[in-house]
Write a protein that binds this ligand. Structure first.
Ligand code: PLP
Length: 306
């Protein structure tokens, strides 16, 4: 049974133990690139068209060359097939600006008219890994969460688009630092808040609250990443009679609602079982929400515009 699969964008299955990147890859030097994390279930890359749609949007935000989605689809299918259908996998799609040495040569190539060679070849690959052990626990037992300030206003995304708040860039060092900070406080996860005390998102998940028959999540314009899982949930929940709303939430809303959820492509629906040390008991409809997410990501097959 393979425990890692690596496929480059030309469709070649590579040795996952062999070096792939150059030392001057801009993704490594500056975190200047984008990625997607996708759940592989029953041999399929779940909600792949949503992920490819967001990959395209992220590439636009970073002025990367337009991703060739047909080639990505083929590489994803190849990698999922190699992984097999007997267990879930965590798939990463990685796209960086390519090699710094090629970028440095651009100005010279433009002056000499050699425009075809002026854009560095992006680094692009698909990697599948086992799902981390924490994921099963998060799905079944939920997660203990602390709220941490992100130190930004909900207006930042629109005031400073170069902050790339709605793009899934490779620059995740501060997100990982927040998770380590939370772990030192005995928590599993984080809900970031804005300077106005609004709810933002987790370092690797979207926040959704349930209140009566409503599901509510903060809008992307507040500076959060549009989540594939949250979106797949909303599509499925609307069919089941839920009212699904994008609205700014205050941190107080987290305490007065029926349940709070961290939604992400691999952990799927992780219920917040304690918030800043306060225990949050499971509502009667917790399983219904979990099932809606499962169905949502499995059915989210069609191409959707973001
Ligand atoms: N917000 C951030 C910052 C994330 O990193 C992620 C997950 O990757 C999400 C939200 C949830 O997105 P998705 O459901 O597409 O995995």
């Amino acid at each position: 049974m393979v425990d890692r699969v690596l496929v480059s964008l030309d469709g070649a299955v590579r040795d996952p133990d062999a070096p792939l990147l150059y030392a001057d890859d801009i993704g490594v030097l500056r975190g200047d690139g984008i990625f997607e994390t996708v759940l592989v279930r029953a041999g399929n890359a779940c909600a792949i068209e949503f992920h490819l749609g967001r990959l395209r949007r992220s590439a636009q935000a970073l002025d990367l060359p337009e991703p060739e989605l047909g080639r990505w689809r083929e590489a994803v299918e190849r990698a999922a097939k190699e992984w097999g259908s007997d267990r879930e996998g965590l798939m990463r799609l990685v796209l960086t600006r390519g090699r710094d040495s090629e970028l440095s040569g651009v100005a010279e190539k433009v002056t000499t008219g050699d425009l075809a060679a002026a854009v560095p070849v992006p680094t692009a690959y698909v990697l599948v890994l086992p799902v981390p052990a924490r994921v099963q626990k998060a799905r079944t037992e939920g997660v203990a969460v602390v709220t941490l300030s992100r130190g930004i206003s909900i207006d930042l995304a629109q005031a400073a688009p170069w902050q790339l708040l709605g793009a899934k860039t490779l620059s995740y060092a501060s997100n990982m630092a927040a998770l380590r900070f939370a772990a030192r406080m005995g928590a599993d996860d984080v809900i970031f808040t804005s300077t106005e005390n609004r709810v933002l998102e987790g370092p690797r998940s979207s926040v959704v609250i349930a209140r009566d028959k409503q599901l509510i999540t903060p809008p992307a314009k507040n500076g959060v990443l549009p989540g594939v899982t949250q979106r797949a949930l909303f599509i499925e929940a609307e069919k089941a009679g839920w009212e699904c709303i994008y609205k700014s939430l205050f941190t107080a809303d987290l305490l007065t609602c029926d349940s709070v959820w961290m939604m992400s492509s691999v952990s799927l629906a992780a219920r917040v079982n304690s918030l800043d040390g306060l225990r949050m008991s499971a509502p009667d409809n917790a399983q219904e929400i979990i099932d809606l997410v499962d169905r949502g990501i499995e059915r989210a097959g069609a191409v959707h515009e973001w």
